[in-house]
Ligand binder design. Structure first.
Ligand code: B12
Length: 246
């Protein structure tokens, strides 16, 4: 089977919501040496995007969307540990991430967090549906270098801007680099709400995070605050703590 055929099968396993097959294909791709991010981007993500379009067009319904999401998670459960390998030795900085208030989508955010971790960032992920006020408090306590917010719904993306406004109101905005992402957001959106960075995908997110940290360092700030690194595990649903290997 060619790589193109394999990627098509991966996409199809998500479209039909077949978690057993998506997991088997994820295993197979690793066995034959396909880089995990390539399998995610060129295979599985293509499938979930098609599912999203069909759902949006009213051709698929919520139970099918849920089955496809489960198939996606089954593939990622196999690929994510591989993504996390090969961490950079030097700490690149600390990241506090969440999916914003009202939003339970976390597949893309988890990929971004895993990739940031694999690239030397210390990542604390507060999970999904993170209330704006709670996120503000966590930012104040943990003092990360980068605040990262994901939103997948047009109705929840404005919460990214609301958190930025809360930081401004408390006079804290300049202390943090703010990055945003998720399907309904864009570079223009990130500028409109006053964020510092946007990433269309995990590769872009890592590239931009490194760029922003270089700017922060040259402005004299120290990356990787102790507060974020020693933070206790988050308690929100879907929360995880990723520590970059050193
Ligand atoms: C899977 C899915 C679900 C799953 C989510 C499972 C999970 N654990 O995440 C389930 C079934 C639970 C779900 C529920 C719902 N969903 Co839904 N869902 C999707 C779907 C098909 C795929 C999302 C996904 O995982 N994509 C794959 C990942 C890899 O891509 P990504 O998330 O975009 O992330 C990448 C980038 O955006 C970026 N990125 C992401 N986050 C961040 C953060 C930062 C800081 C940076 C830098 C970058 C970055 O990097 C990621 C990696 O490449 C989308 C369709 C779509 N095109 O997005 C609809 C979609 C988002 N859902 C939609 C809807 C309507 C819903 C529901 C309201 C349905 C309902 N009636 O209940 C609920 C929402 C409930 C809620 N309150 O949140 C709509 C939203 C429409 C709109 N205008 O807002 C969409 C667009 C489908 C559609 N076409 O109608 N959904």
């Amino acid at each position: 089977m060619s790589h193109v055929e394999l990627f098509e099968k991966m996409a199809n396993s998500i479209i039909v919501g077949d978690a057993e097959t998506s997991a088997a294909l994820a295993h197979h791709s690793l066995e034959i040496g396909i880089p995990p991010l390539e399998a995610i981007d060129d295979g599985f993500v293509k499938g979930i995007r098609i599912v999203g379009d069909r759902f949006g067009a009213g051709e698929l319904f919520l139970p099918e969307l849920v089955m496809s999401a489960e198939a996606m998670k089954a593939a990622l459960a196999i690929l994510e540990p591989e993504l996390a390998k090969g961490a950079a030795r030097e700490s690149q900085g600390s990241v506090l991430a969440c999916t914003v208030q009202g939003d339970i989508h976390d597949i893309g955010k988890r990929i971004v967090c895993t990739m940031l971790s694999a690239n030397g960032f210390t990542v604390v992920d507060l999970g999904v549906n993170c209330k704006n006020d709670r996120f503000l408090e966590e930012i104040k306590t943990r003092k990360p270098d980068i605040v990262a917010m994901s939103a997948l719904l047009t109705t929840t993306a404005p919460n990214q801007g609301k958190v930025i406004k809360l930081l401004e109101k408390e006079g804290l905005r300049k202390n943090f680099v703010v990055m945003v992402g998720g399907a309904p957001t864009s570079l223009q959106w990130s500028k409109d709400i006053g964020a510092d960075g946007y990433g269309e995908n995990a590769t872009e997110a890592v590239r931009r995070a490194k760029e922003l940290m270089a700017e922060k360092r040259s402005a004299g700030a120290r990356p990787g605050s102790a507060e974020a690194i020693s933070a206790s595990p988050a308690d929100a649903p879907g929360a995880m703590q990723l520590a970059a290997e050193s």
